[in-house]
Write a protein that binds this ligand. Structure first.
Ligand code: C2E
Ligand code: MG
Ligand code: MG
Length: 727
């Protein structure tokens, strides 16, 4: 680089003036070396011819090319540069390159540095023409180096990045983005014809680009939107500002799908609209998830009916409008009878199917505007939200009951099921959803207690009864703790010998204020509330304690029968009984168990293993209240039952009622065939006794011989050897 050596020569020449002797000689030596260097540098420079040739090539280039030294001063300026910038070579050469920079150029004068640091050979820069117009330019730089490979200048090759190029770039970029987008994009021209769609559009709608282009967006219209929507979209297309919303579109296969859409327009420079585009996403998955969540929150998954949450909402709305408009409505609480027996006997799958079919029949019975909800396992509620008269709800109840008359055919079973329906009316009974539901429930429970199937309107007296029952429940809990319960014993006598051959333990409640309460008044409450489990345990315990006491006292104690509720009859019952027997060291033959026929409807699979276990323990099973239940005689053979107790209801009519006589006879005959002992309950008269004895009945239990008595009285009876006299 000659400048560097020249500068050194100049410095040395200045020094030489002040030097003498060896130092002078030394400096002169250095000066000579520097001059040599200058000579050799100059020798490495291109010849004038070479430079001329290069310049001519540059000159001929249409592309703007300029050169500058490392300080940025322009050293050449070709035609292309002149065309681009508008400056002649005379105006440009010698100027600093900065005079070409746009005001906002951010590469201010740093090009060589940038170039040297980063080695960038291509930059996008802002430049200014002589006219003052600013523009983007592509700048390709290359270094001019000297023979020492030191940079001495730059060649700048400029190209204007015109609108045309930039749009091309943009287009390329944008179409990439558009094509890769997950959202469907549709572009229409001013005539509302589709001019472009992306691949997501085709994926979502099912229409290929070829099928869509040239059509109008009506292609996707589902017809679900209202006119208002169409107007707003029109307005958006005509430039009233972007529109965003959720609409329903239609796919090529006819399927409707929810979409989230935004519609905007593209304007030309002059502001005129050239295109409109809509960007949409298929939100059916999202919507499906939302709907699913909503369904789960508001609907019963088994039957698809509204659940309690939704029912409460719907009734709540209806009550609000009932207050305003003074209209009437009714809630019907429906409970299926013996559903749990079917569920336990035949399994949950059949139980579930039965519920589905019941729901279907109910739904078909009702009008569309009536609400049918499932609020518990076999509990349904019908809400009639606008009725003319209270009686109309009774008609609906009758229809519901009628819908259950035909059997349900599930797998190989023909299942009959009844229902208890309680009705509450608004605004009469209440204007509060929960109260209405509770009242309908109270009425429904009343039906359950009094009959098999049917319906009842709620009345305040019923509520009183319900309240009484609740009080009774609380009191019964206390009775258990405070030892207000006791057992009475009713003897069973042999119709052959007349001697006491057993006794039934019957529970009594000595209420501190109300005196003796008979079991019919509190056993059903205990059954309903589950308190029967505690009561049953107490009875078992007390009976065993009493027998142990009698045995210890040397009494010839006959077997004592205790009543076992169906609710106590589970897989753990044998274990629980064994535990009590062990505790009192009581041989099992001292205890008999009376079970009711209603237990048998649970089905042999569930009941027989437990019964077998009890029998294997040495216990004896009696079937209580025989004849009142539903068990077929053939069915009875399957159960390991040794005693049948003829229910009192068949005994009352003996010997005059023909039907009762026939039934009693049939039971005794069958019992004999099955080698079962027959006990007749509730014998009050000699005539009854004689009739049954003649039939071949084995034992008698009834007021004729003795009512249930306290333990001590029973003990005395046994001690005294009290006998039945047959006269
Ligand atoms: P049940 O087991 O059928 O008991 C027979 C019922 O008939 C007893 O009524 C008894 O007093 C009554 N009875 C006996 N002979 C005559 C008669 O000649 N004439 C009349 N009118 N009645 C007679 P009670 O003691 O009121 O028991 C009623 C029901 O309460 C029992 O019917 C039984 O189902 C239930 N129960 C009684 N004690 C218990 C118990 O400890 N546990 C369970 N789970 N239920 C019990
Ligand atoms: Mg009994
Ligand atoms: Mg009985």
């Amino acid at each position: 680089m000659p400048e560097k050596h020249i500068a050194k020569c100049l410095r040395l020449c200045q020094q030489v003036r002040d030097l003498e002797g060896v130092e002078l000689l030394h400096a002169l030596g250095e000066l000579e070396l520097a001059l040599h260097s200058i000579r050799s540098d100059v020798g490495a420079l291109p010849t004038a011819e070479e430079v001329q040739q290069q310049v001519q090539i540059l000159e001929q280039l249409q592309e703007p090319v300029i050169t500058m030294d490392m300080a940025g001063y322009l050293t050449s300026w070709n035609k292309g540069a002149q065309t681009l910038f508008g400056y002649t070579p005379e105006e440009a050469i010698g100027q600093h390159v900065l005079f070409l920079y746009a005001k906002d150029a951010d590469d201010n004068g740093e090009i060589p540095e940038l170039f040297l640091e980063q080695g960038n050979s291509f930059l996008e820069v802002r430049r200014r023409k002589k006219s003052g117009e600013e523009f983007w330019a592509g700048l390709a730089l290359s270094l001019i180096k000297d023979s020492d490979d030191e940079p001495v200048g730059l060649v700048a090759h400029l190209s204007e990045i015109t609108e045309r190029l930039s749009t091309e770039d943009k287009l390329r970029l944008h179409s990439r983005i558009i094509e890769d987008s997950d959202q469907g994009i549709l572009i229409t021209d001013v005539t509302e014809r589709i001019v472009s769609v992306n691949s997501a559009f085709s994926r979502i709608t099912g229409y290929s680009a070829a099928e869509a282009i040239g059509q109008t967006p009506d292609l996707l219209h589902s017809g679900v939107q209202d006119a208002d929507f169409q107007t707003r979209v029109r307005q958006a297309i005509h430039g009233a500002g972007p529109w965003q919303g959720e609409i329903v579109g239609k796919r090529k296969n006819g399927e409707l799908f929810p979409q989230s859409v935004s519609i905007s327009v593209v304007r030309k420079d002059d502001g005129e609209i050239s295109h409109a585009f809509s960007i949409f996403s298929d939100i059916s998955v999202l919507r499906a998830a939302e709907e699913n969540m909503e369904r789960m929150a508001n609907y019963d998954s088994l039957t698809g009916l509204p659940n309690r949450t939704l029912l409460n909402q719907l009734v709540g709305h209806a009550l609000t409008s009932a207050k305003r408009n003074k209209n009437y409505g009714a809630l019907l609480a429906i409970d299926l009878n013996r559903f749990s027996a079917i569920n336990d006997t035949l399994g949950h799958e059949i139980g579930d199917e039965l519920l589905r079919q019941v729901a279907q029949r109910f739904r078909l019975t009702l009008r569309d505007e009536d609400v049918l909800a499932r609020v518990g396992s076999d509990d349904f509620v019908v809400a009639l939200l606008n009725i003319q008269k209270r009686e109309h709800s009774g008609i609906v109840a009758q229809k519901i009951l009628a819908a259950l008359e035909l059997p349900f055919l599930i797998e190989s079973h023909a299942l009959f099921i009844g229902a208890s329906i309680g009705i509450s009316i608004f605004p009469e009974d209440s204007l509060d959803t929960n109260t209405l539901l509770r009242f309908a429930d109270v009425a429904m429970k009343q039906v359950q207690e009094t009959s098999d199937s049917g319906y009842l309107f709620y009345s305040p007296e019923m509520n009183q009864r319900a309240k009484d029952q609740m009080r009774l429940e609380g009191e019964l809990r206390r009775a258990l703790e405070d030892q207000q319960l006791l057992l009475f014993y009713q003897p069973k006598v042999s119709l052959r010998s007349g001697r006491i051959v057993g006794a039934e333990a019957l529970i009594r409640w000595r209420h501190p204020e109300r005196g003796m309460i008979p079991p019919v008044q509190f056993i059903p409450v205990a059954e309903e509330t589950g308190l029967i489990l505690d009561v049953g345990s107490w009875v078992l315990e007390e009976a065993c304690r009493q027998v142990r006491h009698w045995l210890d006292a040397g009494l010839e104690t006959p077997p004592i029968a205790v009543n076992i509720s169906a609710r106590q009859f589970d897989a753990l019952l044998p274990e629980r009984i064994q535990e009590v027997l062990d505790r009192y060291s009581l041989p099992p033959e001292h205890l008999k168990l009376e079970i009711t026929e209603s237990l048998l409807v649970r089905g042999p699979e569930m009941v027989i293993p437990i019964m077998n276990e009890l029998v294997a323990m040495g216990l004896d099973l009696s079937l209580d209240d025989f004849g009142t239940g539903y068990s077929s005689l053939a069915y009875l053979k399957k159960f390991p039952i040794s005693t049948l107790k003829i229910d009192r209801s068949f005994v009352i009519g003996l010997p005059d009622e023909e039907n009762d006589c026939a039934i009693a006879q049939a039971i005794v005959t069958m019992g004999k065939q099955l080698r079962q002992e027959i006990v007749a309950e509730g014998i009050e008269t000699l005539a009854q006794m004689n009739f049954l004895r003649d039939l071949g009945c084995d034992q008698l239990q009834g007021y004729l011989f003795s009512p249930p008595v306290a333990a001590l009285d029973f003990e005395n009876m046994v001690r005294q050897g009290k006998r039945l006299s047959f006269v």
